[in-house]
Every structure is written in C-alpha cells, then in structure tokens.
Ligand binder design. Sequence first.
Ligand SMILES: Cc1cc2nc3c(=O)[nH]c(=O)nc-3n(C[C@H](O)[C@H](O)[C@H](O)COP(=O)(O)O)c2cc1C
Length: 215
Amino acid sequence: MLTVGEAIQQRRSIRKFLDKPVSREMIDEILEAARLAPSASNRQPWRFIVVTDPEERAKLRRICWDQAFIEQAPVVFVCCADLIAYSQPSRLKRSQEFIDYGVTKTLSGRFADPEFRAALLKMPDPDLSVFVAPAVANTYIAIEHMVLTATALGLGSCWVGALGEEGEINVLFNLPKTLVVVAVLPVGYPVATPPPRPRVSLSEILLRPLEAVVK
Ligand SMILES: Cc1cc2nc3c(=O)[nH]c(=O)nc-3n(C[C@H](O)[C@H](O)[C@H](O)COP(=O)(O)O)c2cc1C
C-alpha cells in the first residue's frame, strides 16, 4: 500500500478500467476511509450506495452525461450528503461532545453564555436546504479520502460531478430529497496511468510570497 504522499503524487483521474472485479476487502477499506473523515461539528453527513450491478451502472452512466467509464468501472460509489445530519436532534447530540470535552469552557463572546447556547440549540430547524453547502463540503472530504485510499490500493477512480438533472439519481435509488447526491465515484483497476495533468504554479496559489514569512 502506498503512503499518503505517494498516493497524492500518483493519483490521476482514471477513465478506463480493466474488466476485473474489486474485492470486498478493498471496498471495505475505501468505505472505512470515508467513515473516518473529519467533519464540522462531527456531523458525518456522508452516505453511500455501492453499485456493482451492470444494469444500475448503465443507468448511472446515462444519467451522468453518458460518461462511458461509469458503466465500465466494476464498482461505483454514489456519494450523498444527508441533510438530516444537521437537524435539531443531531445538533443537540453533537453539542454534547463539545460540552464533554470542555470546549464550551474556552468559548468567548456570546457563545460563552450558557443561556445563549441553550436558546440557540432550542431554535427550530430552518429549511434544511440551508445546510446543503456544509453537507456537501463535508462529504467532499470523505470522498477524497476514498479517492486516495483507492490509489493507495492500486486502484483508479474519477470524481464525477456531472450528475444529470437534479433528483434523477434520487429517483433511480428511491432516495428522499433530504439526501443530496454529491458525486459519483467509479473505481476499478486502471488500464493505464496517464501522465499528470497540469497544475498552476505555487506562486499562483500563494496570495503572499512564502519568502515574506518563512526563512
Ligand atoms: C468535483 C469534481 C467533479 C468532477 N467531475 C468530473 C466528471 O463529471 N467527469 C470527468 O471525466 N471528470 C470529472 N472530474 C475530474 C477532473 O476533470 C480532474 O480531477 C481534473 O481534470 C484534474 O485531473 P487529475 O484528477 O487527473 O489530476 C471532476 C473532479 C472533481 C474534483
């Protein structure tokens, strides 16, 4: 198995897969990598459907802009964010963790006031759609854990964000609207590893030159 650094260096988006199944152990390992991902307030909104059935893969391919590699991959993870993870009961459960670990004692400003916090936690749920952005952001972290784990196991994958019309995948798998499909991740043995795709330079992504802060 590769180290994290090696997996980051060697990962590519793979769009051609061998006709070779991925073992149950590897699927377990990829899902475990997702399960262990960090999330804001530890809400863990990620949910998955593991797809191996050729007919379901073909349907997913058609929905996702007819991208052939989705059908070709022996296993496809449909990655969802559960908005229920942000609901009132879940909020109460998670806040207990902060209390147990003494985090609330170090809070300052209004959040230091127990009455303010209690009132905040009693507030009714707003429309759950306001939680889409954080739910998606946190699920993305889990998906990249899966991508890097697949690479470390010698597998290839490709993020798919082209998910067809809104709700189409929900209909395919009979999912409620509170489950937002975030990405589809086909995984399999790569036919070949393509050369690295271009990246912008370090100086372009640094908003302040490194030399100004590090000797
Ligand atoms: C959120 C997201 C959505 C993407 N959606 C697609 C997609 O629908 N189809 C596809 O072929 N590649 C998709 N990609 C892969 C990117 O095109 C790819 O990561 C990028 O070109 C860099 O290439 P590399 O991954 O090999 O480094 C997606 C990547 C991300 C992160």
